[in-house]
Design a protein around this ligand. Sequence first.
Ligand SMILES: *Cc1c(COP(=O)(O)O)cnc(C)c1O
Length: 428
Amino acid sequence: MKFYNLKNHNEQLSFSQAVKVGLGSQQGLFFPLHLPEFELRDIDMMLEMDFLNRSSKILSVYTGNEIKPNNMRMLLKKAFSFPAIVKPVKENISCLELFHGPTLAFKDFGARFMASVLAYLNNNCATVLIATSGDTGAAVAHAFYGMHNIRVVILYPQGKISSLQEKLFCTLGKNIDTIAIKGDFDSCQTLVKQAFDDKLLREKINLNSANSINISRLLAQICYYFEGVAQLPKEKRNQLVISVPSGNFGNLTAGLLAKSLGLPIKRFIFSTNSNDTVPRFLSTGKWLPKATVATLSNAMDISNPNNWVRIEELFRRKTWSLSELSYSSVSDKMTNSTLMEMADIGYISEPHAATAYYALINNLKKEEYGLFIGTAHPAKFQDRIEPIVGKQLNPPEQLEKRKNLPLLSYTMSANFDLLKNFLLKQDQ
Ligand SMILES: *Cc1c(COP(=O)(O)O)cnc(C)c1O
């Protein structure tokens, strides 16, 4: 299938090309040219399949013959090497836990699929440059770690991610460079965009992006929505409402794409923290990003979400109405009390998922069944959660291994010339 640039519809690339370039001209994001829909009986059949075979079928819709079905399955076997698990939380609510991968966040699905695709396409000699609000950095670093001829440079806001998040990806070395930027996530994202606008850089170091703007990451995420539905009891499927904790809105975009493929999802709810550009936009019609504020759910501290334009495009093309989306913007105070409430009913969560749970509780109707997305492992936010739930958490082995290693990050002001020099110099 072809993918078109949202800023210039005439720029249309194949899947492989779109994965390699990441962003189109004028920093436009790529979007599928066709929005296919499976027949009802295909969906029923697919929900009976195992995760890998089903995911392979879903992704093949978008990749066509660019990746042969057998190869797609092999590639996914490597990328999706850990499960997505539906855990009941209370009578009419479950969590779709997506944090059982190597870096304990849902971003492992997208990042590992993207790395496998690039390896498959033999796209060597590239520099992958990304900005992270916490979890993308770890997922991308681990997915690309040790890959030949691919250098990864990760920018993150200094002091604004949890110390365990930092340990996960700033202790690797080898082909992974990490830079703590004196600024917030949006200033990191701006630096990345500036780099992509810089002709010399694009040519000299063959820049690629692994942010959720890369179409391969987005498509990979469609697969776990199907898996979530497949694990639910059949009788719940018709009244399913999914709540997604949102920052850059890639996860919600993928969920909506799953719905457009015909997956039975009645409606979506999303949550933000107090960085509420989208909730304010939906209630007033005005897009007015404010300065980003630091919150407990730091991976969602984003005030200019990149993927929102994709959601608007999807709604426009499907002639859906944005008024069908429900949402809550959740303060840290509410996040805290929600975490306590959840612990009381026997489910230890973390700040991001807690905002989605809160939004779900506040929007769910009697006859509906709610699924909220568990985006990160609670142990990643151990220092914040233990005092709230009054209990010690056992860190999984993925964290235990790295928590005492020295940080290898560089530090830099949010200044594009400094970054440019760094990228060019280290390349020699
Ligand atoms: C990235 C992230 C989010 C936000 O996801 P988007 O796709 O950017 O909306 C939510 N929770 C966690 C833990 C994350 O790492």
